[in-house]
Design a protein around this ligand. Sequence first.
Ligand SMILES: [Zn+2]
Length: 320
Amino acid sequence: MTQPTKQFASHADVEEKQVSFVKLSDNAYAYTAEGDPNTGIIIGDDAVMVIDTQATPVMAQDVIRRIREVTDKPIKYVVLSHYHAVRVLGASAYAPEQVIASRDTYDLIVERGEQDKASEIGRFPRLFRNVESVPAGLTWPTITFQGAMSIWLGRLEVQLLQLGRGHTKGDTVAWLPEQKILFSGDLVEFDATPYAGDAYFEDWPQTLDNIARLEPRALVPGRGAALTTPESVAQGLAGTRAFIADLHASVKAGVAAGKDLNAVYKDTFAVMKQKYGHWVIFDHCMPFDVTRCYDEVTQFRDPRVWTAERDQEMWRTLEG
Ligand SMILES: [Zn+2]
């Protein structure tokens, strides 16, 4: 295989991030790292639930260290907001009793888990720098659900909800109905570029409406700082929606004008750069996001599987 003339944008990203561990209530914490993938923590009466695991068991150890500063209750549950390797492959570090995901996420792991793992490890060398600590094989859910389920951590109810497709087909949010705190996974980002390589552009805005309808008073996005007021939650939802809608509109206009993917990419990149170029991983996400959007607008209702080879081929076409 020939080498790409230009490395993935993420290969130039080597700077360590500052971790924050933010208390949202007596039961809810956010582990965030300046735009790197976040982890949510829910502490109930008798057990701890972790939402998204970090990329490797070595990275997950830092989450566990923070959890142990605030509770010694056992970590019984890991919830996967979706199937992406960068959020899943740290799971073994927690030694959970159960790994919970939507049935749609389970189906995606069956269908494309192996390819996604290889592809994401190639994309994010910094996040996967301890990749040797990931056990062989994939992380498999032990409980799946469709639509909604409640987990009771003693008297604390955690609702796991599928509010619609967006970032992937299987997106799941975790919701504390009493406290109105939401863990959104990558459906919502804050000051970070939404990755939309496996997305449903038609559906995503409606799913954001469904999140807004819950009226969260705090929200832990997939990337970026925890949103700790209703005003900042609204800002996070609006920013994500604007990015998705603007990109979708630009691609639709390009396709309607008969332009090919390359031309649509260049136009869309230029338009989006002005408004969103300062968000983390912008340069990294744009080729994947525009390629997927172009697919959806032209002929592929469902996202095609990314492989390490397809990643390189796409990158050469658009950025070479
Ligand atoms: Zn993701």
